[in-house]
Ligand binder design. Structure first.
Ligand code: AMP
Ligand code: MG
Length: 357
């Protein structure tokens, strides 16, 4: 099945196209659509057959639950059994927006959608195309990122077509997404609200409103025995074909270290640089991810750059580390996952004449 592709923008919605897309979803079909975070692969969240189709299309392990997308606050009451006051406050502050919250699941949400869990993840996106589609589909759209499982999440409709163009019914092309990284996930099923996945809405922003907020231990510790609570966070994700290594340290030292490593590697090396450093790498295929002065541009382009390297003949990629002030936590979470947690210190590289890696 070749997906039909329709195009529109936030300001010029094609309501006729959205109506057709909604009908596809109500019949149990799959439609990929833009959100402010990444492109989602939508199916009717209350239809177990649709959820099964999503897992099959993505090649996603069936224990990795889907996020249910809604387009108004009232819809939340129908799919969860309890909404803590703190969650209501977060909803008032950040919804519609890039925040997913986890609640106890109501009976009407099938286990196929929640990956067998008794909790359900819910998000109210701010993208207008997404909102209208959810309404047209009856109010509840399960939508994981619209990529083949394990590949970088899609930030352009072309990425969706590349991965899923032959296996779904429709792709709505709404242009490049705004944020470029998946939503922040906050779990409300324990004693203390806990971040299971960092995103645009940072731990600090949440703490400012709620006071105590924890970070899932599985995210902080690279210990194989401590599993992240979000099942999806345990999988190696976003992985480019080439081996990716992150280099951390002072900016000037990082540049020198990557230059040295590229020198040793020869030509088939890729480098992820920034607008501030790109001119300083004479060797290798250098891609500029964005500017440190505008950290949101780094988030926006991370997945696109990883995908672009899959088209290049590089066997090894070195990336600068991006511990930027606001989105650094989310960017580094994704970059380190892509690198299989391979990170080295610039100083260590510069200390040795040549390093065995
Ligand atoms: P994606 O849909 O690709 O953005 O991934 C959704 C993420 O949310 C995955 O990491 C899931 O494991 C996580 N998730 C969804 N529902 C739940 C839930 N009920 N409990 C914990 N994590 C969840
Ligand atoms: Mg995903």
């Amino acid at each position: 099945m070749k997906a039909e592709i329709i195009s529109m923008t936030q300001d010029r919605l094609d309501m006729e196209g959205i109506k057709r897309a909604g009908e596809i979803l109500m019949r149990g079909g799959l439609v990929a659509f833009p959100t402010e975070t990444v492109y989602g692969l939508g199916g009717n969240a209350l239809d177990p057959r649709a959820s099964k189709k999503i897992y099959a299309a993505k090649g996603r392990p069936s224990d990795n639950p889907l996020i249910v997308h809604i387009a108004d606050m009232e819809s939340l009451d129908r799919i969860v059994t309890e909404i803590p006051d703190q969650a209501r406050v977060l909803a008032e502050t950040f919804w519609p927006g890039p925040l997913t919250m986890i609640f106890p699941r109501a009976e009407c949400v099938p286990m196929e959608t929640t990956g067998g869990l008794d909790s359900v993840a819910v998000r109210f996106p701010s993208d207008r195309i997404a909102q209208e589609l959810i309404r047209a589909a009856g109010g509840y759209v399960a939508a994981p990122s619209a990529n083949t499982s394990g590949r970088p999440s899609p930030t352009l409709a072309a990425h969706v077509a590349e991965d899923l163009g032959d296996g779904i019914d429709m792709i709505i092309d709404g242009g490049p997404v705004g944020i470029g990284l998946e939503s922040t996930i906050v779990d409300f099923t324990g004693k203390i609200p806990t971040v299971l996945r960092p995103g645009y809405i940072s731990l600090e922003m949440l703490q400012e409103i709620l006071g105590e907020v924890a970070m899932d231990r599985g995210l902080l510790i690279t210990d194989k025995n401590i599993r992240p609570k979000a099942p999806g966070m345990k999988y190696r994700h976003y992985a480019p074909k080439a081996e990716l290594t992150v280099v951390e340290g002072e900016e000037a030292e990082v540049v020198m270290a990557i230059r040295k490593l590229a020198e040793e590697e020869g030509d088939e090396v890729g480098i992820i640089a920034t607008a501030e450093t790109r001119e300083q790498y004479p060797k290798g295929i250098v891609k500029c991810i964005g500017s440190r002065a505008h950290e949101e541009t780094i988030a926006q382009h991370l997945y696109e750059v990883l995908r672009e390297f899959d088209e290049c003949r590089v066997t090894r990629i070195y990336s600068e580390a991006f511990y930027t002030p606001k989105m650094g936590q989310a960017i580094m979470n994704r970059l380190l996952k892509a690198a299989g947690h391979k990170i080295i210190k610039a100083q260590e590289v510069l200390k040795h004449d040549s390093i065995g890696m």
